[in-house]
Design a protein. Structure first.
Length: 256
């Protein structure tokens, strides 16, 4: 509020800044706002950066904290696009669009289908189940490895999150695949969910430092091991080791 209104209580100046979050993006955001508050005559560039933080970045961070589950991921991306369109201009929007495309994992059709599966709208759930069951038939008949590719394009002018990519083109090319989180649900359970919206999946966060570390860890073991059992065993061993030894451990610690 102090950043937005320009007025604040004098006691605020004496308050100590809390512990800085480990995530670099939080740290940079906080430092920029702090710099702005200490400048009697901030430059136009600094003002613009703070405007983007207050109108785009901070609202998105808080939104993700509230809507933190994996099935909300695609909706969070769509929310980010709406914030950006209301605030960013020219080159700023180009940078945002390029960055979004480079990190468009939650715009993948599987993630959009997962979000649609838990949507409050009946017809959105119905269409999601239809596409999942259709993809399931292909999965059961196929012996090929499942491949995950980021979307080549994203429609930032889409009216809703389900239109961020072209599902019609994907369906025509028979390129839609089933989200792994729905593998263990039967066809009847998915069809029942359309009417009752009662499926339960694990509470997996859509964005956290642990997720970022997990992506890196899984990418490493995927290159080293060909089977699920070996990959999973290596990941469990890695996590167990991290629990016993800190990142500052020395050689002597491993000899105990």
């Amino acid at each position: 509020m102090a950043i937005q209104t320009g007025t604040y209580k004098e006691s605020l100046e004496k308050n100590k800044v809390g512990e800085v979050h480990d995530a670099r993006w939080y740290t940079k955001m906080s430092k920029i706002l702090r710099l702005y508050m200490t400048r009697p005559n901030p430059s136009q560039k600094l003002i613009r950066m703070c405007t983007i933080i207050v109108q785009v970045y901070a609202p998105l961070v808080f939104h993700i904290h509230v809507n933190w589950k994996v099935q909300e991921g695609a909706k969070n991306v769509f929310y980010a696009i709406q914030l950006a369109k209301d605030c960013l201009k020219g080159k700023e929007m180009t940078i945002f669009s390029n960055t979004l495309l480079n990190n468009s994992y939650f715009c993948h059709h599987e993630m959009i289908l997962l979000a649609a599966l838990f949507d409050q709208d009946f017809f959105t759930r119905k269409n999601a189940v239809r596409l999942i069951l259709k993809a399931r038939i292909k999965r059961r008949e196929s012996t090929e490895w499942r491949q995950f590719f980021k979307p080549k394009s994203i429609n930032i002018n889409a009216p809703s999150y389900v239109h961020m990519i072209d599902f019609n083109a994907l369906e025509s090319d028979n390129a839609i695949t089933e989200p792994p989180l729905t593998f263990n649900f039967s066809d009847k359970e998915l069809q029942h969910h359309v009417l009752h919206n009662d499926l339960i999946i694990p509470d997996i966060p859509c964005h956290s430092q642990n997720n970022e570390r997990a992506v890196q860890d899984v990418s490493i073991v995927a290159k080293l091991f060909s089977t699920y059992e070996k990959r999973h065993a290596n990941l469990l061993q890695t996590m167990s080791s991290r629990g016993k030894f800190s990142k500052d451990s020395k050689i002597e610690d491993f000899k105990k």
